[in-house]
Design a protein around this ligand. Structure first.
Ligand SMILES: [Zn+2]
Length: 77
């Protein structure tokens, strides 16, 4: 049981995969879609998706043509 990080830690936030990879390498914090800054280190599958991240993600899910987009490899929706 851990304390001190707040409710944000109980959610799986959406972060660009490449940033997660970079974070895993050097331990730098990442910024989630909702603005949450943290160092991912836990299995996101154990947590419910952050509702704010989900809303943002879905709102930009269609129409955008940025590379990567949604449904990319390893995407965990
Ligand atoms: Zn979030």
């Amino acid at each position: 049981m851990s304390h001190g990080d707040g409710d944000h830690e109980r959610f799986a936030h959406y972060v660009q995969k490449d940033k997660i990879m970079a974070s895993a390498l050097d331990g730098t914090p990442v910024v989630a879609l909702c603005g949450k800054v943290w160092v991912p280190g836990r299995d996101p599958k154990k947590y419910p998706v952050c509702p704010m991240c989900k809303e943002i993600y879905e709102s930009m899910g269609s129409g955008g043509d940025d590379k990567g987009g949604k449904g990319g490899k390893g995407g965990d929706k």
